[in-house]
Write a protein that binds this ligand. Structure first.
Ligand SMILES: [Zn+2]
Ligand SMILES: [Zn+2]
Ligand SMILES: [Zn+2]
Ligand SMILES: [Zn+2]
Ligand SMILES: [Zn+2]
Ligand SMILES: [Zn+2]
Length: 396
């Protein structure tokens, strides 16, 4: 019977007069720089400078009182609801050293939204209790209502019985023709009918049921007793790191209550990292995005280490990459050769080994030896020519 549930339940939420506002502060005794150092690591760089800026962080405690009034009873419950970082949390202040807050020290932020969150949470908390009591009350009410209906049913059948008895009697008297008695009995019927008015009976019944309804109403009143604003210091860091080539700054922050530490942001993948690598081009990266040049072994980020030697496939940095003057291939240092004569750089594939001096040379400069008919480098050819000239001098 859903209508009855509605009838016996009224929840009056949030009657607020002026609740108390309390300001507390958590005494936090830490060295923020040490906390920073504990949480960050630098594999290929070191800290040059850390600057710390303190800011105030807040969380909130709302104390509500819920009064359940029913069947002439009053039950009072107090609920404590914590809101931290926009979330309802399981709060416990016991582990902190609390001091009285100083209003001059902080500007209390607007916490209306958090209050609404706490209210919502309170509704959830009291719902179970409310359901329990409502169920109990409605069962009780149903029993009482049946009792009343039973009572009235009995009374009605009682009345019908006596009317029938008198009527039967009247019939017998009519046969006898006892007029005096007949008049008496008729009077009795009249007075009985007067006493037993069905409309009135129905009204009485409704009233009795209504009375029971009133007795089984649940009234719940919730009141915000106290708001406690708790503040504490949290820390923003600017950290400058360097290696032998570059220096770079990044931001980090630490909340000593939630123990949340936000480290550097990787310049490559934008992920947060507590293990910092410093790219030789000045990018902060995470471990995943850091790569070493296969040639010089210096650390870079993936974006800066794009080159691959087209001969040996090594990943190489810009400093270690050379473009071949002839074929335009990008090659690593071990696959680069400088032609001593022209001064140009070539990949090792584009140079030819001179069989006389064993050096790699630009193949286009090779000449055929007059002495051996072999392809030799320009330098060796020149030497050969000089020797020939000199030899000729001595020959003559
Ligand atoms: Zn990354
Ligand atoms: Zn390199
Ligand atoms: Zn980089
Ligand atoms: Zn080449
Ligand atoms: Zn190579
Ligand atoms: Zn040569």
């Amino acid at each position: 019977m859903p209508t009855i549930y509605i009838k016996i339940l009224t929840i009056n939420i949030f009657m607020e007069k002026s609740p108390e506002l309390k300001l507390l502060k958590i005494d936090i005794d830490i060295d923020p720089k040490e906390e920073f150092k504990k949480r960050m690591s630098f594999s290929d760089s070191q800290i040059k400078k850390i600057s710390v800026k303190e800011k105030k962080s807040f969380f909130y405690k709302f104390n509500f009182e819920s009064v359940f009034e029913y069947s002439g009873k009053k039950e009072i419950f107090e609920n404590e609801i914590y809101v931290f970082n926009g979330k309802i949390i399981e709060g416990n202040l016991n582990e902190y050293a609390l001091l009285d807050g100083n209003e001059k020290e902080v500007k209390i932020p607007d916490f209306e939204n958090y209050y609404f969150m706490a209210k919502k949470e309170l509704k959830k908390i009291i719902q179970e209790k409310t359901n329990q009591i409502t169920k109990k009350l409605s069962l009780e009410f149903e029993a009482k209502k049946s009792e009343i209906e039973e009572k009235f049913r009995n009374e009605t059948s009682e009345f019908r019985k006596s009317i029938k008895e008198i009527t039967d009697n009247l019939m017998a008297l009519a046969k006898e023709g006892n007029m005096k008695k007949i008049i008496e009995e008729k009077k009795l019927i009249e007075s009985l009918k007067k006493k037993f008015n069905f409309e009135d009976i129905e009204k009485d019944k409704t009233m009795e049921v209504e009375l029971e309804t009133q007795k089984h109403i649940l009234n719940v009143e919730n009141r915000l007793l106290r708001t406690t604003v708790i503040y504490y210091p949290s820390f923003n860091f600017i950290c400058e790191i360097n290696n032998m080539q570059v220096s770079k700054s990044f931001l980090a922050n630490f909340d000593p209550v939630s123990e949340e530490f936000q480290g550097a942001i990787c310049d490559n993948c934008s992920g947060q990292t507590k293990e910092v690598y410093l790219c030789m081009s000045g990018h902060i990266t995470c471990k995943k995005c850091s790569v070493k040049c296969d040639s010089c072994k210096k650390g870079f980020c993936k974006k800066c280490l794009k080159n691959t030697c087209e001969i040996c496939s090594k990943k190489i940095c810009k400093d270690c990459s050379t473009r071949c003057f002839r074929c335009s291939k990008v090659v690593c240092k071990s696959h680069t050769q400088k032609d001593k004569i022209t001064g140009f750089y070539y990949c090792t594939d584009c140079l030819k080994r001179c069989e006389r001096c064993s050096e790699l040379r630009d193949p286009y400069s090779f000449k055929v030896s007059k002495k051996t008919n072999a392809q030799i480098c320009e330098e060796c050819f020149r030497k050969e020519m000089q020797e020939k000239v000199l030899g000729g001098v001595f020959d003559e």
